[in-house]
Every structure is written in structure tokens, then in C-alpha cells.
Ligand binder design. Sequence first.
Ligand SMILES: [Ca+2]
Length: 100
Amino acid sequence: QIALAGQTWMAFRETEEEISQVFTKYDANKDGKISKDELKNVLMELNEGIAPLPAEVDFVMDSADVLGDQSLGKGEFMYAISIWYTLEEAKVTQSECCTI
Ligand SMILES: [Ca+2]
């Protein structure tokens, strides 16, 4: 799982063009920014189609929204993706060490 996420992330980082494509694809209202609702759809795709928890969307949004305007520009968007993967890897590590 971690290796797969890492691979996806590496593939993601490979070309800026690719990120631009994802950015454009999810910028539903074409205002050049990713809003929280748009971010939710991005995270759902990264999460293999499973809707992320509202708290996770909030966390990624708040952490990546450097300008504090409640939307993500392209640079902030790239940052958001890396935060998401960090979050996911932490989750996997946690569930491995402390199974409920
Ligand atoms: Ca938008």
C-alpha cells in the first residue's frame, strides 16, 4: 500500500504537465483555483474512489491554503497532494502498529 502510494506520488511528480491536467480536470468552475468541494473530488480519486472524511478534507485544505483564501492555486494544489499522501502513510503506519 505504501509502495503503491509512493509510486503514484512519484508518477505524479514526474511532470508538471500531468499536475496541470489534474488541476484543470478538477477545477470544475474554471476559476484557476481548487475550492474545498473540488479538492474533495481530487482526494476521492487519490483515495481509490472512497470519499475522504470531512476532517481530512479540512486538514488538507487548511494545511495547503498558504494564502488563506479557502482555495488552492497550482502551487498550493501540489502541496495539498503531498500532504494527502503524508496523511495516508501516517494512517497506514498507525493501523499497522495499533490494530483495534
Ligand atoms: Ca475552481
